[in-house]
Structure formats: structure tokens, C-alpha cells
Write a protein that binds this ligand. Structure first.
Ligand SMILES: Nc1nc2c(ncn2[C@@H]2O[C@H](COP(=O)(O)OP(=O)(O)O)[C@@H](O)[C@H]2O)c(=O)[nH]1
Ligand SMILES: [Mg+2]
Length: 267
């Protein structure tokens, strides 16, 4: 049986030079560059993970440049994002404050189909650095109070906790989809009922597929363009918009995108 393929668009945001690009490159390409190169606009890399025998997840990591928080294009970048990773720098405690601002901004623009916030993961990066100051107690409290699903101390340089953090994020998104689906099933059991003469779906992955075949996507999100009061439903994963330059928008079909790097590791 062929595996169910799911694409999750995940925003990677945070202050300047906290290590967003380095974390993405470490996770997807297993490389680290000590030189700082400013990210302009927005770019993405993908990694595909065989989650289980029935589920193949492609994590599409959107590297959003720090100054884009102030731009007008955020609702375009955030469209279809199902989760966000916010990166802070353990050498600069002030970057935790910026992390909160990003969280608020994203919550204003994007939400899950049921209107609740998308999940946020906090990465406290550069734990390898001599200048890192790590207060675990404080970060535990911060994570709980501010509504992050979890935090990890990470090092893109030494490859610390990055796979672990991404695995937790994928698990969280899948659980969330299953929860939304269960709620939907309670409201309207029709879409998951087995067709006449066929066995009822046995696994979560199969249930998800039946739901999708019935036109329901538990991973659908809502986008609320800034300054526009009404919520607009969008179809997830139908297209990817990325900027090559500030003024050129390239619209690609995900199925034909050659930009992405694809891993295939089981993490
Ligand atoms: N020591 C250390 N330096 C890092 C780490 N991650 C990134 N850096 C460095 O921090 C700088 C900014 O990283 P970058 O990924 O470009 O940050 P971004 O602006 O958030 O994308 C670069 O010089 C990186 O080499 C890390 O885990 N440890
Ligand atoms: Mg960058």
C-alpha cells in the first residue's frame, strides 16, 4: 500500500541572526556555515520523513527574514502555515521578547480551521556558545505561560536537539489533525464511515485519507489578512508562493517544484 503523503508548511521566525537559516540547513542538509549571511525576503527548504508505514510527511520550512515582521506580505507568507518555530538566541536574552512579538503577529494572521492558534515551538539556539546563558527553570515557565508547545535548547553548529525538536513538531501537528478530525467526526460521522461492503478504516492514517477523499482536510488553516475583518478560507498545499526578490512573486505548483531538497531520513 502506498504511504499517505502530507505536506506541512512551517514558519521559522525570530530576531536577526538567532540562527533560523542555520537550523533549517542543519536539519535539511546537515551543514553549518559559521559566516553570517543576511536572509532577504522569504525562502524555504523541504525535508521528507517516512513517519510510519502509512504516512510520509514533508516538512516545508519557511525561512522568514527578521525584517519581514514589519512588512505587508505576511499574510501571503503565512498562508497555509500549520505551525511555527520561533528561534531565540541564548547569547541575547532580548531575543526571547522578540519571539513573543512574532507569536502575537502570527496569531493575528493565521489560525487553525477551528479558530484556535497554530502550535508554536520555541528553540533556544547557540547552546554550544561560551556566551550562552541557559536558565531551564525560566524557560520552562516562559514556555508554559506564553503558550508554546515546548522548548528545546539547540545548536545548529553542533547539531544538538534539532531532529528531536522537529520530530516533536511533526507529532504535534499529526495529533492536532487527528483531534480536529475526531471533533469533526463527532459533529458529522458521515465522512469517515466506510463505504458499503468495505471494512471501516483501521488506522489514523487511513481515517485521514478517507476524510480527505470526502473533501475534508484536518490540516486546513485560516488566514486573516491584516486590516481585513473577515476570515478567508484557503485551500492548503495547492500552491507555494515565494519571493525571489521583494518585487517578484513566483507561484509554483508543489508537485513540480524542483527547488526543494528532499531527505527521506527517518528521524
Ligand atoms: N555558536 C553558534 N553559532 C550559530 C548557531 N547557529 C547559528 N549561528 C551563527 O549565528 C549567525 C547567524 O545565523 P543565521 O542562521 O544566519 O541566523 P538568522 O538570521 O536567524 O537566519 C551565523 O554567523 C551563524 O553561523 C549555533 O547553534 N551556535
Ligand atoms: Mg537567515
Amino acid at each position: 500500500m502506498s504511504a499517505q503523503k502530507i505536506v506541512f508548511k512551517v514558519l521559522v521566525v525570530g530576531d536577526f541572526a538567532v540562527g533560523k537559516t542555520s537550523i533549517i540547513k542543519r536539519y535539511v542538509q546537515n551543514v553549518f556555515n559559521p559566516l553570517y549571511k543576511l536572509t532577504i525576503g522569504v525562502d524555504f527548504l523541504e525535508k521528507t520523513v517516512d513517519w510510519d508505514q502509512q504516512t510520509r510527511v514533508t516538512l516545508q520550512l519557511w525561512d522568514v527574514a527578521a525584517n519581514e515582521r514589519f512588512g505587508h506580505m505576511t499574510s501571503v507568507y503565512y498562508k497555509n502555515a500549520i505551525a511555527a518555530i520561533i528561534v531565540a538566541d541564548l547569547e541575547r536574552p532580548a531575543t526571547l521578547e522578540t519571539a513573543l512579538k512574532w507569536k502575537e503577529d502570527i496569531n493575528e494572521v493565521v489560525s487553525l480551521a477551528d479558530g484556535t492558534p497554530i502550535p508554536f515551538l520555541l528553540l533556544a539556539n547557540k547552546v554550544d556558545s561560551e556566551d550562552a546563558s541557559l536558565d531551564r527553570e525560566y524557560l520552562n515557565q516562559f514556555t508554559k505561560e506564553k503558550g508554546f508547545i515546548q522548548w528545546f535548547d539547540t545548536s545548529a553548529k553542533q547539531n544538538v536537539n534539532i531532529d528531536k525538536a522537529m520530530t516533536l513538531l511533526i507529532q504535534t501537528i499529526l495529533d492536532l489533525g487527528d483531534k480536529i478530525q475526531r471533533e469533526r467526526t463527532l459533529e458529522d460521522p458521515e465522512p469517515v464511515k466506510a463505504k458499503k461492503g468495505k471494512k471501516a478504516p483501521a488506522s489514523k492514517a487511513k481515517e485521514r485519507k478517507v476524510q480527505r477523499d470526502a473533501g475534508f482536510d484536518p490540516f486546513e488553516t485560516q488566514i486573516r489578512p491584516r486590516n481585513a475583518p473577515e476570515q478567508v478560507h484557503v485551500q492548503p498545499q495547492s500552491e507555494i508562493v515565494h519571493l525571489d526578490t521583494r518585487s517578484t512573486i513566483v507561484v509554483e505548483d508543489t508537485t513540480t517544484s524542483s527547488k526543494a531538497a528532499s531527505g527521506g531520513c527517518k528521524c
